[in-house]
Design a protein around this ligand. Structure first.
Ligand SMILES: [Zn+2]
Ligand SMILES: [Zn+2]
Length: 749
């Protein structure tokens, strides 16, 4: 069959086999200059849809009959009603059989190699699905796509001779991505089927699901979403094949004449750097066609489970000045069981939402008078926060850091030198004009201030490494669409440090830093730590050998700390490689918390120097790092991780004392004084409620201990003691209670 790849295979499943793509990157400048925190949303942004990630293959046309294909696609794009789907005639079926017979009678063979190096011989023209079948029926059933020479491909595409091949199964993350991405197409198909004049924008797969942005001239109602879900179920039942095609950009613009957002995406491809060729790839299933780089399921019937979850308004390109679109979020899984487990986790997450807990436990609020993304901390929340900050200062002092303090605003000149105005202006609040025309800006990062402290006098190699630590409050302009409680706020306090060290000390410094990081997270109850190592991007500053050394040092540090990690090739900031650290919470969610970034740029920008042992002037290396990230974000993660029931040492109230009757209030106060003497935080509940109500309230407020005192306790110097996770013990000796509770509430260090 080689040389005849323009032929659509007679079962209608396959278009031309296309050479592996030359992916074209659309510049993504948002991450160019990112301090810690700037990448917190990365996990969600791993969408592969060309609209969201800006990545997209531009293969040659390779013999596709463009005119024919375009005409067919145009017909499809105009949406034929579903009852007109063409049925394959028995004559065609006969032809298929005959054709297949012919091919079988004169096979030429190709060889592909499997991940373990085993060669697999297949007939020329064999697809990924054929290869999976040759390995085993179960694998073929679980397969959703293949990786051919490092590129993800549809199962239905022909395999080239000599390729290396691995099969992506539906129960893997890449496999789920394919499921979800295919589901996004089907959702758009359903919306375009149902709503006259509907248009669609982008629809990527995201962590745990997918979304698509539409314009139907109004918001979706819950009934609308039900209809879309029902139509999707029909599309699954119809088992429509996903077919791939490539057409030129001008043809694509014509094809999507009625869809302005798609046209904008197509036009953006032309503006991208290094666009090779003049083709865009499309996927169609029957009447529906979408821009896409794939891969997709072979057909809609292979989507095992999906559910639509919620709707939200979303600005086109995330820009408040652009039209507002309507987004539908959904999820899709490899089985109904996996999906229902996920929905349970989602329900659990809803219960743990820190914004909900923050209100219920009276910890913080976001008054609209302040503006979006700015919190006020109520007494109990501020107390927890203070405990976290005290812990942070204490441990930093114990680990060779010096505490510094810096203001919240600085002249624009400083931000010019640091490069923030050039690369990070969008993340900053607009300038204030003072002092005869001088402009001042709120700080989005603490780094330049710490650099100024370094520069306040000449430095010798003897005093390096210098480690400056600050609980530094910064302000970043986040679009209102991405502001999310304390997790993504517009003002927050980083546990920020900048380390200035000799090049030769970098490796040791990173190693001890990572140990410090792990210690902090363990102290807060996170044992499950993972890392992403981001390496040199295309655009970078600094010398290659230094990059290599720093990247190796980061890798060694991760390995020495036995942290599981993934390498994000080319994802480093332009100024240096970095490690992002993630923790898994109690319900398995992955949170980015800290980051360690090596920086070759700022020491240059500010001409930092130290005097070496040979009396020469040398440039130090700088490390930016935040362990918790920000107090706000970490606080939110802690609340959600513990479902509000913070560990004893962090609980704002560690024990509630409940007098059975009014005559026991004096004794209750005595007991409280005793506990306070042991540095425990205690409340006496002398309200008019019943004992049962008071106990329930203390438990609802997640206080670790409840002491109930009645007649018998006064003479015996005892109390009924109920500690979180244990049975109530009546008539327990007060001294014992103090010991046990103090142990339960002991700070880790
Ligand atoms: Zn797609
Ligand atoms: Zn910094």
């Amino acid at each position: 069959m080689s040389g005849s790849c323009s032929m659509t295979s007679l079962d209608g499943r396959r278009l031309a086999a296309v050479p592996s793509s030359n992916a074209v990157k659309i510049a993504n400048t948002s991450r160019l200059l990112s301090g810690p925190e700037a990448t917190v949303e990365r996990d969600e942004a791993r969408g592969k849809d060309l609209g969201s990630s800006g990545q997209y293959p531009v293969p040659g046309l390779d013999g596709v009959d463009v005119a024919d294909e375009l005409a067919a696609l145009r017909r499809h794009a105009r949406r034929v009603p579903s009852f007109q789907y063409p049925k394959r005639s028995s004559t065609v079926r006969l032809l298929v059989t005959g054709y297949r017979l012919l091919v079988t009678l004169s096979p030429t063979m190709i060889t592909v190699s499997l991940p373990d190096g085993t060669p697999l011989e297949l007939e020329d023209g064999a697809t990924g699905l054929d290869a999976a079948r040759a390995i085993g029926a179960r694998l073929a059933d679980a397969a959703v796509a293949v990786v051919v020479d490092g590129n993800e491909r549809d199962l239905t595409r022909e395999l080239p001779d000599g390729a290396t091949l691995s099969v992506i199964t539906k129960d893997s993350e890449p496999g789920r991505h394919v499921l979800r991405h295919s589901a996004a197409h089907m959702m758009a198909q359903a919306v375009l089927d149902i709503f006259d004049g509907a248009t669609f924008a982008i629809g990527p797969a995201i962590e745990d699901g997918f979304y698509y942005d539409f314009d139907i001239g109004r918001a979706f109602t819950p009934e609308d979403v039900e209809r879309v879900e029902a139509r999707m179920a029909e599309i699954v039942a119809e088992d429509q094949p996903f077919e791939r095609a490539e057409i030129s950009k001008s043809e694509a613009l014509e094809l999507f004449a009625d869809h302005p957002y798609k046209r904008e995406i197509i036009e953006a491809v032309e503006e991208s750097e290094g666009a090779a060729g003049d083709a865009v790839s499309l996927y169609k299933n029957l009447e529906f066609v979408d821009l896409c780089r794939g891969p997709h399921l072979p057909s809609t019937g292979r989507l095992p489970a999906f559910k639509l979850l919620r709707t939200a308004g979303a600005y086109w390109r995330g820009d408040e000045n652009r039209p507002q679109l309507q987004r539908i979020y959904g999820t899709a899984w490899e089985s109904r069981k996996a999906q229902s487990e996920y929905l349970d986790r989602l329900e659990e997450a809803r219960k743990r939402d820190h914004r909900k807990l923050g209100a219920e436990l009276d910890l913080f609020s976001f008054p609209s008078e302040l503006g979006s993304g700015l919190a006020v901390w109520h007494p109990k929340g501020a107390l927890v926060r203070t405990i976290m900050e005290d812990y942070s200062r204490r441990t930093h002092l114990a680990h060779g850091y010096e505490i510094v303090a810096t203001p919240h605003i600085a002249r624009s000149h400083l931000w010019e030198t640091s490069g923030h105005l050039e690369f990070y202006a969008e993340g900053m609040y607009p300038p204030m004009e003072l002092d005869g025309g001088d402009e001042y800006l709120l700080k989005p990062m603490n780094c330049p201030f710490h650099i100024l402290i370094y520069q306040s006098r000449s430095r010798s190699y003897r005093e390096l490494p210098l480690r400056f630590f600050e609980l530094g409050t910064v302000y970043r302009y986040e679009r209102s669409g991405v502001v999310h409680g304390l997790l993504r706020a517009r003002g927050f306090t980083m546990d920020d440090a900048h380390i200035f060290c000799l090049e030769s000390d970098l490796a040791d410094e990173l190693k001890s830093l990572l140990e410090f990081v792990l210690m902090v997270w363990r102290d807060f109850g996170f044992d499950n730590v993972e890392a992403d190592l981001s390496t040199k991007p295309e655009k970078y500053v600094g010398q290659d050998d230094l990059w290599e050394k720093a990247t190796d040092a980061l890798r060694d540090a991760i390995e020495a700390a036995s942290i599981p990690y993934e390498v994000a090739e080319g994802e480093g900031a332009f100024y240096g490689p970095k490690i992002d650290i993630h923790v898994r919470d109690a319900i398995g969610r992955r949170w980015q918390v800290g980051t360690l970034q090596v920086d070759f740029a700022q020491p240059e920008n500010f001409s930092l120097e130290y005097t070496s042992s040979e009396n020469s002037r040398e440039r130090p290396v700088m490390i930016h790092r935040a362990l918790m990230g920000s107090i706000e974000r970490f606080f939110a993660i802690l609340l959600e991780h513990y479902g509000g029931a913070l560990p004893g040492w962090l609980s704002p109230v560690q024990a509630t004392i409940v007098p059975v009757a009014d005559r026991h209030v004096d004794y209750a106060n005595e007991v409280a004084a005793g506990l306070r003497g042991a540095d425990l935080r205690v409340e006496v509940d002398d309200h008019d409620d019943t004992v049962g109500e008071k106990i329930r309230k203390a438990i609802t407020m997640k206080h670790p201990a409840v002491l109930v005192v009645g007649d018998d306790d006064i003479d015996a110097n005892t109390a009924g003691f109920r500690l979180r996770g244990a049975e109530e013990r009546r008539g327990m000796d007060l001294a014992e209670i103090v010991d046990e509770l103090a142990e339960f509430c002991k700070a880790p260090r």
